[in-house]
Design a protein around this ligand. Structure first.
Ligand SMILES: [Zn+2]
Length: 164
């Protein structure tokens, strides 16, 4: 249950974030500029934004839509960014529907730390597939290794879907 309700609080995640802080670079900006989509789990790139799998997923297939520009708020986005982010959301939901048949989705942004934003200075939108009763099976995904193997499989499947 810990992973599901406080996904940013485990010791593993804290150590990961500390490492990020040391490098002094925004994780989303780094992923945007790196040419390592397989390592970084990027499943799609557009002109203004990209879609990446969450390394600490709330559910299998948990993706994030991230504008290339480092801006904190929805109001900071330009019209063309709004448009592409919304289209990427639809594309992502479509790909997830075809690959893993969820019963529903959460789609949205956590704005500010108080709202649960893990990386608050670089706006991003979550796409979380939901299954009825998914709160019950999540605790079995406790091991980091299991999750990373699951992520690789999800990445391969979704990347193929997103490019069609
Ligand atoms: Zn950034």
């Amino acid at each position: 249950m810990k992973r599901l309700f406080s996904p940013w609080r485990s010791a593993y995640i804290d150590s990961f974030k500390k490492k990020q802080k040391k490098s002094e670079k925004c994780l989303f900006c780094r992923i945007a500029t790196e040419d390592r989509d397989d390592k970084n789990l990027v499943i799609w790139r557009g002109e203004h934004c990209y879609v990446v799998l969450n390394l600490f997923p709330y559910n299998s297939g948990h993706a994030m839509i991230v504008p290339y520009r480092h801006v904190p708020g929805i109001g900071d986005l330009r019209a063309e960014e709004h448009r592409e982010i919304m289209n990427a959301g639809a594309k992502c939901i479509d790909a997830l529907t075809k690959t893993s048949k969820p019963h529903g989705f959460n789609f949205g942004a956590n704005i500010g730390r108080a709202a649960g934003a893990g990386i608050e200075h670089h706006l991003h939108f979550h796409v979380v597939p939901r299954w009825e009763g998914d709160t019950n099976f999540m605790p079995v995904l406790g091991e980091t290794k299991l999750i990373s193997e699951d992520l690789k499989r999800t990445w391969t499947r979704l990347r193929r879907r997103m490019s069609t």
